[in-house]
Design a protein around this ligand. Structure first.
Ligand SMILES: Nc1ncnc2c1ncn2[C@@H]1O[C@H](COP(=O)(O)OP(=O)(O)OP(=O)(O)O)[C@@H](O)[C@H]1O
Ligand SMILES: C[C@H](N)[C@H](N)CCCCCC(=O)O
Ligand SMILES: [Mg+2]
Length: 391
């Protein structure tokens, strides 16, 4: 039987994506020595004016550095033998930006939703009622315009996902909030869907409030069972999160804050709720609808290269600028942790020490800027020094 004709040709965007090329781009076989020669591999990411060309999402390549002439260096390349930091120029190089002042934040313009109706803001800790939209209404188009300087200006709305659940998204969100507040920014943290509230564990909002105490913390919907938000809504017979209620709530906070951090549930493609059409939506859909950057929190240990690559690839195919933060760098790092750090450095904008979540809030807040690069309003500028001191 002939396959359906629509399967004969992949969608145009797939043809254009490096991830679908038959031959890997030349930069993927760039010998490791090149990384050592380029300050871009070790320099912390800076604010810049570069914008991602929409016709060529970066696949698994790291973002080009302004000083680099070549392309990026993907995760799935022939990797050199893991190097100890003593012999690893990649980790040894700082960016030399420690003395640069934290850039003055510029509020990011958040265009109002195109919906004619008034945005309805769900109350904290309550489940929003579904918005009365008809299925004939088209979903609002994703925002076309990104803030100038993306993806290295982390202001406005920033989404936080993970390579999995329990990777440290909440602790990382708290650290990002702390560093931004320390830099003088007004910060809000939003958890659209909190599940598992009957487990007795503190909610993510409570953890962020305790550790970072941002100006605003909101949970848009809470569900009893520790499941994906959509599954938890269904088993509880409660309304599922409406994508556009969440968009409205986030944009409302963006009007009043310099930085709005939004923490997902589990990983990137976990079903979060339902569109007015009845179709499920994911955290990736939220990013494209808002035109927001994404932080991917990843584990430091074995398995993280694959999980991180999968998540970055999914984001890159959607044109969502993304960077990575290690949620918990171990106190006694082993070979695999050094190897993973070396591989992930081009994507990294931060790394938290294991145990950060158990710190006294005052210590946590004072320490947080040291775990994040200047792109995230921190002061981390030398991965080797950081990793040695944390370990
Ligand atoms: N750096 C850290 N220091 C101390 N504890 C940590 C750290 N990172 C994570 N944890 C612990 O690991 C567990 C998972 O972390 P966290 O709650 O942040 O995960 P998550 O990615 O937000 O998961 P979820 O999908 O449930 O939101 C928690 O018990 C948390 O206290
Ligand atoms: C309850 C848990 N801690 C998270 N909040 C929800 C994680 C959902 C993961 C769904 C999945 O990927 O299978
Ligand atoms: Mg969490």
């Amino acid at each position: 039987m002939e396959p359906p004709t629509h399967r004969a040709e992949p969608p145009a965007h797939r043809v254009e994506s490096p991830a679908y090329r038959a031959e890997p781009p030349a930069h993927r076989v760039e010998p490791p020595a090149h990384r050592a020669e380029s300050p871009g591999w070790s320099a912390p990411l800076q604010r810049g004016s570069r914008r991602l060309p929409p016709e060529e999402p970066p696949g698994l390549t790291p973002p080009p550095h302004p000083e680099r002439s070549g392309g990026g260096h993907g995760l799935p390349v022939a990797t050199p033998p893991p190097r100890r930091p003593e012999s690893d120029p990649l980790l040894a190089h700082g960016g030399g930006h420690a003395t640069e002042p934290v850039p003055v934040p510029q509020p990011v313009e958040s265009p109002a939703p195109e919906e004619p109706e008034e945005p309805r803001e769900p109350e904290a800790g309550t489940t929003p009622e579904p918005t009365p939209r008809t299925t004939s209404e088209p979903d609002p188009a994703p925002r076309e315009k990104r803030a100038p300087g993306h993806p290295d200006e982390w202001l406005g709305i920033v989404l936080v996902t993970g390579t999995d659940t329990e990777v440290g998204k909440t602790i990382t969100t708290a650290a990002m909030a702390s560093a931004a507040q320390d830099a003088g920014l007004r910060v809000a943290v939003i958890k659209p869907g909190q599940t598992g509230i009957n487990t007795g564990e503190p909610t993510d909002a409570e953890v962020v409030t305790r550790l970072a105490g941002p100006e605003t913390v909101r949970t848009l919907a809470e569900y009893p069972e520790p499941l994906s938000p959509l599954a938890a809504a269904r088993v509880a017979g409660m309304p599922a999160l409406d994508l556009f209620d969440v968009v409205d709530a986030i944009r409302a906070e963006a009007e009043k804050h310099d930085l709005v951090l939004v923490e997902g549930a589990g990983g990137l493609l976990v079903p979060m709720g339902l569109r007015p059409s009845g179709e499920p939506w994911t955290f990736a859909d939220l990013a494209t609808t808002l035109g927001a950057n994404m932080i991917v929190v990843a584990r430091a240990g074995l398995g993280t290269l694959n999980h991180t690559a999968l998540t970055l690839e999914a984001l890159n195919r959607r044109g969502v600028p993304a960077r990575v933060i290690l949620g918990a760098w171990p106190g006694e790092p082993e070979l695999v942790h050094w190897a993973n750090l070396s591989e992930l450095v081009p994507h990294l904008v931060g790394a938290l020490p294991q145990g950060a979540g158990s710190m006294d809030p005052g210590v946590f807040r004072r320490s947080a800027p040291g775990w994040l690069t200047p792109a995230l309003h921190g002061v981390l500028d030398n991965w080797r020094v950081w990793a040695e001191e944390a370990g």
